[in-house]
Unconditional design. Structure first.
Length: 198
């Protein structure tokens, strides 16, 4: 068993999986581009079906003109705390691919591969002393327009990156939730031979 960060794994795993979590309290300090690009370098090496690499990331660092426009694509609830992030990222996946004959076909594993790239990014963020918080709460249509996304791409999520701040900096309702969450036991999502879930 592994226990870290008020979390307990039922089977032995590397501690980084328990150390990684999604805080909302960020210091608001700036991140230099070189540091941010190193996080994307980890995403670059994620596994990808046939090396298609369907992931795309659009980022905005705090203190730049792009930051406010990306912040405004987030749901109001996420804007309350993400405004203190060091960087914001829109995660996209390429839903179709072009064959060597020029035919456009669905890229069936685009979301799967992009999820792998996001997680590589998230772990590298943790290793570099930052935190990454992925958000489903984003106006996807607005994000597509704001960052100029072409056809055959889909907005998957937004991510806030920052240094951990004191939870007291958050509104009361968020402060109570500012701790690593637990997970379902594996017997609720892992089945031998036959699907048994809900």
């Amino acid at each position: 068993m592994t226990e870290i960060n008020h979390r307990t794994a039922d089977h032995p795993i590397h501690s980084i999986f328990l150390e990684r979590w999604s805080p909302r309290a960020f210091t608001g300090e700036e991140i230099i581009e070189k540091e941010l690009l190193a996080l994307f370098e980890a995403a670059r090496w994620a596994p990808s079906a046939s090396n298609i690499q369907p992931w795309r990331f659009v980022y905005a660092r705090r203190g730049t003109d792009y930051f406010a426009s990306l912040l405004e694509t987030l749901d109001e609830g996420n804007q309350r705390w993400a405004k203190n992030a060091s960087a914001l990222v829109i995660v996209l996946s390429k839903t179709h691919r072009q064959t060597s004959s020029g035919e456009i076909r669905p890229a069936y594993t685009h979301a799967f591969d992009t999820g792998a790239a996001w997680f590589a990014f998230a772990l590298q963020t943790q290793l570099a002393g930052w935190h990454a918080h992925a958000m489903a709460g984003i106006d996807r249509d607005r994000a597509m327009r704001v960052v100029g996304v072409p056809e055959h791409y889909r907005v998957e999520a937004a991510v806030a990156i920052g240094r951990l701040a004191d939870p007291a900096t958050l509104p009361d309702d968020l402060r109570e939730r500012e701790k690593p969450s637990q997970r379902k036991p594996i017997n609720e999502f892992v089945f031998e031979g036959q699907f048994k879930g809900d």
